[in-house]
Design a protein around this ligand. Structure first.
Ligand code: GLY
Length: 334
């Protein structure tokens, strides 16, 4: 699991300008990257794909899909695995705190009926993805934030716990010695876990969850809880989920863009590459900084795709009863 996070300077954010871009990449041809439209092969359904090499989360999601038949249950169950893992320092319990020492969580969930729920800037709750699902299923709203999200979670029986582990606190105290906002590519080159699942009838759900950028400003919200940015599902077309520097995903609405590209006829692989290329074209500073964004996507046929700015992106796929992980994918940026 990632133990280092990427940082960026305020100067970097404010200096972002429009510019030109480069060519695309391909991924492991054996598992993702099905080019072009194809007829649905029933054997491709059900399936689960996730950002990261996260066999535990994808296996849990696949088992849940098998047991309940529900893609929504599957993505929630998978996300909860990483949220509960204290060794994972970019999600949930054990996540690295903001610059003031607070672990603040973002998560969202979206289902095949177009329903969506989200929590932002949530503290002291281990499973923000489940709170997001509760928002979706029991309120007239999409997003609850901060104290309101916490109050809602407590009223709905979620336990209040301290999310700051001794390891995360020690890392934060070390960071305080320099307080340097410097882009650092984490080991796996991404942070948020995002999952997409498709059931045997072709119904798609997605979820994503994160503790956000380490040592971020207090109150910062990333792309992960924003429907259309960190996650988007349109059951007529497919779904997409992102990871990496949230500000870039927010400003390009990456997941929505991928789904719309698929609607226009691109394969999931082509759509992921095109969304990454959009970031590179609009924000050429990513060429100079070690900035990573990655996406995975799935369409109605169960075809999948994955792409990232920089090499090193990883994903995990469960399809046709088999778990496949991909390491070190090439980046779109050459
Ligand atoms: N992608 C997670 C974040 O930027 O917060």
């Amino acid at each position: 699991m990632p133990t280092r996070r990427r940082f960026f300077t305020q100067a970097f954010i404010s200096s972002l300008v429009i510019g030109g871009g480069l060519s695309g990449c391909s991924t492991d041809p054996g598992s993702v990257g099905n080019k072009g439209r194809k007829k649905a092969d029933p054997a491709d359904l059900p399936a689960v794909i996730a950002t990261w090499k996260t066999e535990a989360a994808v296996t849990k999601a696949a088992e849940t899909l098998q047991q309940t038949g529900s893609a929504l249950d599957a993505v929630e169950a998978g996300a909860r695995v990483e949220e509960a893992d204290p060794k994972n320092m970019t999600v949930g319990y054990g996540g690295l705190p903001d610059r003031d020492g607070f672990v603040t969580l973002d998560a969202c969930i979206m289902d095949h009926q177009g329903r969506a729920g989200s929590v932002t800037f949530l503290q002291d709750i281990k499973h923000p993805v489940s709170v997001a699902r509760k928002v979706m299923e029991t309120t007239p709203h999409v997003i609850l934030s901060g104290d309101g999200a916490l109050q809602f979670a407590l009223e709905n029986g979620f336990e209040r716990i301290n999310l700051l582990t001794p390891e995360a606190e020690a890392a934060w105290k070390k960071w305080l010695e320099t307080e340097q906002y410097k882009p650092v590519v984490n080991i796996e080159r991404h942070d948020t876990i995002g999952l997409l699942a498709i059931d045997k009838n072709g119904n798609i759900s997605g979820a994503c969850t994160t503790s956000g950028m380490a040592y971020k400003m207090h109150g910062r919200v990333g792309d992960s809880p924003i429907i259309g940015a960190g996650l988007f599902v349109d059951n007529e077309v497919g779904g997409a989920v992102g990871t990496g520097l949230g500000e870039l995903v927010l400003k390009t609405l990456g997941s929505f863009l991928i789904v719309e590209f698929m609607r226009q006829g691109k394969s999931p692989q082509e759509a992921c590459e095109a969304a990454i290329q959009r970031i590179i074209d609009k924000y050429p500073e990513v060429r100079k900084e070690e900035i990573q964004v990655g996406f995975v996507a799935i369409d109605k046929t169960g075809a999948t795709g994955a792409a990232a700015i920089l090499p090193g992106f990883q994903y995990t796929l469960h399809q046709r009863g088999k778990l496949t992980t991909a390491d070190n994918l090439p980046g779109v940026m050459k």
